[in-house]
Design a protein around this ligand. Structure first.
Ligand code: GLN
Length: 521
């Protein structure tokens, strides 16, 4: 594999990376993989075989996705010096398409967070304003793309970790349908919610990357090919553009639904206060509201029919998400015992003591909190109260979405008469909603509290609970910072989302931070 360093790129990279800190590891620029500036790289065998849209392009990989021989720290002290012994399927597919992984990007430890400040390795800043966070947990990937250091990057999205940093940094972010991309090689946080996603410098690029990495993989039994009846992934020139129906989820309605839950008042002591804070967190910052209204108007002007929609179960989304995510995290992270790999204490009495000490020193506070929460919700005798309840809410959210977008059971829909098993296609082609209630937040007093950050996940985590594809893209720049919006689609309807977002992008080019240079055509 080889990629040619464009003229002047090296100093451009250094200047940005010093300010932003997107990378945990960047390819040794003197190595064989990288050609000195101005020189032409010979095409590798796979590049010759597959000179597609991605051949010869560099890309970055979130440091919780394995690339053989490169760092796999997961943003954790415990794994800081780990080198991956194998390569994730998604990365292998990109390698076969001739793209070159040039670096590993920073993240919140194990993907837990919304700012990348939970990384134990380093701090990543937003290229639009380096006093602000780049979002999380795929903040390094988003910052690297936004600064023009790579044309695209891989991230992972368990509850919003691709879409939210994409929105904070003004790039395109795709969370694919559950199972559309193999998770083999992605270090598990909450397996039933997450997947590998794409951050890119344009909708078209995002589509090209997704078309390469998607598909069933024998190494991940939850992965599968798109059903044949699903919308085509290739651009549909004569498709829905300007003719489709977009459901609009009103943030005001969501905040109101949460508030009415408080008024209902059947909850336990303390619940009302938490719900009050959650309702507040759902409310959009003025600039985000303006960006969202701008997108609504823009889509109407483009000829789309806009209809108001509701997802009644959404108000329970965040508690359900954090119950399921922490339950799965407590099980998934049990494997990090530092016995075969991982940082070890200098001295331990016995193997049990070694594990205790390694985990105590190796995990950060947020990770420990979530492991504790996860074991709490799963403890014997209480599963009914938390975990099973969360699963019921999850099913409700999925049903709410399916009623609007159509069932994920394409074959059932094809074979059965409308209304019978499988159900008819949906009432809307996609649902438009905010990504996050704020733009990129700052640090210290201008930060969001850890609770507010979690409560603010409500617009993103619902797509994970329902297993649906969601695409975040920049709608506007307000007060010098990008504002993103997202489209959620029917399962395996990524093609529809790309078509709609591309129509938007034609009239609203992706914005760039000051100092950005376009190196990648
Ligand atoms: N903010 C969410 C969390 O902290 C999202 C995480 C993710 O998608 N990996 O869990």
């Amino acid at each position: 594999m080889a990629f040619k360093l464009p003229e002047g790129f090296l100093s451009y990279y250094k200047e940005w990376e010093d300010k932003v800190g997107a990378f945990i590891e960047f390819a040794d620029l003197r190595s064989e993989a990288v050609c000195p500036e101005g020189q032409t790289a010979p095409l590798s065998e796979s590049e010759k075989k597959a000179p597609g849209a991605l051949a010869g392009l560099p890309f970055a990989v979130k440091d919780n996705i394995a690339v053989e021989g490169m760092s796999l720290s997961c943003g954790s002290k415990l794994l800081q010096h780990l080198k991956a012994p194998y390569t994730a399927t998604a990365v292998k597919k990109l390698l076969a398409a001739g793209a070159v992984p040039v670096g590993k990007t920073n993240l919140d430890e194990f993907g837990m967070g919304s700012s990348t400040d939970n990384s134990a390795i380093k701090q990543t800043n937003n290229p639009w304003d380096i006093s602000r966070v780049s979002g999380g947990s795929s903040g390094g990937s988003a910052a690297a793309v936004a600064a023009g250091l790579v044309p695209f990057a891989l991230g992972s999205d368990t509850g919003g970790s691709v879409r939210q940093p994409a929105a904070f940094c003004g790039v395109v972010g795709l969370k694919p349908s559950y199972g559309a991309v193999s998770r083999y090689g992605l270090v598990a946080y909450a397996s039933s919610l997450e997947g590998i996603g794409v951050l890119a410098d344009g909708v078209g690029r995002c589509r090209s990357v997704f078309s390469v990495i998607r598909g069933g993989d024998p190494l991940d039994q939850t992965s599968h090919d798109a059903p044949t009846a699903a919308p085509a992934l290739e651009h549909q020139a004569s498709g829905k553009a300007g003719k489709g129906t977009i459901g609009v989820l009103s943030p005001e309605a969501v905040a109101k639904a949460i508030s009415s839950e408080i008024a209902g008042g059947q909850g336990e002591a303390g619940e009302a206060a938490a719900l009050g804070a959650a309702a507040q967190a759902a409310e959009l910052e003025d600039e985000v509201r303006r960006g969202f209204e701008f997108a609504k108007k823009g889509f109407a002007d483009l000829g789309y029919t806009l209809v108001d929609v509701e997802i009644p179960s959404l108000k329970y989304g965040v508690p359900a998400y954090y119950t399921i995510a922490t339950a799965e995290a407590s099980a998934n992270l049990a494997r990090f015992d530092s016995v075969r790999y991982g940082a070890r204490p200098d001295w331990a009495e016995n193997p049990e003591d070694l594990i205790d000490k390694a985990r105590e020193a190796g995990f950060g506070d947020e990770v420990k909190l979530r492991i504790l929460l996860g074991t709490f919700v799963l403890r014997s005798g209480f599963q009914d109260r938390y975990y099973l309840r969360a699963q019921r809410i999850r099913a409700g959210i999925r049903r709410n979405f399916e009623a609007l977008l159509g069932s994920s059971d394409y074959d059932g829909a094809e074979n059965a008469a409308a209304g019978a098993a499988g159900g008819p296609a949906g009432k809307v082609d996609a649902i438009l909603l905010p990504v996050f209630p704020t733009r990129a937040f700052g640090r210290g007093p201008t930060s969001l509290s850890p609770f507010a950050q979690k409560a603010a996940d409500l617009y993103t985590c619902c797509a994970n609970l329902a297993g649906l594809p969601a695409l975040s893209f920049p709608a506007a720049v307000e007060g010098g910072l990008p504002v993103g919006v997202q489209l959620i689609g029917r399962a395996f309807a990524e093609g529809t989302l790309f078509d709609i977002a591309e129509t938007w992008e034609q009239g609203h080019p992706i914005p760039h931070p000051a100092g950005y240079k376009a190196y990648w055509s």
